[in-house]
Design a binder for this molecule. Sequence first.
Ligand code: NDP
Length: 320
Amino acid sequence: MPVQRVVLNSRPGNNGVPVPAHFRLEETTLAPDLEDGEVLVRTLCLSVDPYMRCRMNEDTGVGYVTPWQLSECVDGGDQSCHEGSALQKVDPQVVDGHLSYFLGAVGITGLTALLGVREKGNVTKEANQTMVVSGAAGACGSVAGQIGRLDGCVRAVGICGSEEKCRALVEDCGFSAAINYRKEDIPAKLQELCPDGIDVYFDNVGGGISDTVIAQMNNNSHVILCGQISQYNKDVPYPPPLSEEIQETLRRKNITRERFTVLNYMNKADAALCELSQLVKSGHINVLETVVEGIEKMGDAFCSMMKGGNIGKQIIKISE
Ligand code: NDP
């Protein structure tokens, strides 16, 4: 059976910016017969995610994922064969038929947001807390701010890269306000929008944006160290080292900053996915998505997402 697949064409190098030419679409054939226990799968939707950047390097630098090999399929294709035991059956009712949500708000990025806030955020009802989210208009960030509000924060302020994203956060996702980091003065806007300081910071980006947020955090506040995407095209360890000044701020103000890895909380995933499903279906969480069509767009979609071309979860629709 002829099928299409995307393979890794070349590597950007540890300090390079990924471009679509690093990927290549090719035709291949699947063996006609299935082995015992194998299942023929037709892909409906694919996800591209920031962690894939480290899979483009010869060494990922982290223990939980392996590097992609040159000319080998970057996981995902429009039809493929799998061991049945490696597959997870999903119930379309859980997402009201909106199947791509399984890759986002009712999947791993939704879990990251919900469990990240619950495990590391110390959000307490009626504590008058202010949450700031960086990478706020992305898949994890847009849900994290909404969870923060639902769990009791009086304010959720998002930091993101465009006016359109700022508008989506405030008008569609219930953020109190949003800052366009490309245009606005972040320290001044944070002071204006967070008059009582910052109690919880959901950090997706790291780098200078996070240094600026941390400088305005309250005593005994909490950083949820979710991701550091501003550093992913650089050859630095994860998490990237902080400056002595920021470390001193963390110590002096007794700010916790614990690394959060969703894969360490899979024992809580079933209950959390059930909750996310309810929150989405009841309209308490609004889901943002950017959808492109066609497996040949995988490389473009990945590179675009790494530069901020997406609002909400970046999805590639492969077939109906
Ligand atoms: P997003 O949907 O948030 O897409 C990535 C976004 O990052 C872009 O849209 C862009 O938005 C922003 N971005 C890119 N470069 C920069 C930069 N230099 N400075 C500031 N913002 C930048 O992706 P996800 O929601 O899937 O992932 C968000 C973060 O969460 C990542 O760091 C990822 O690694 C992490 N993650 C962590 C998990 C965990 O278990 N800890 C699990 C899943 C994800 P903009 O226009 O605003 O720049």
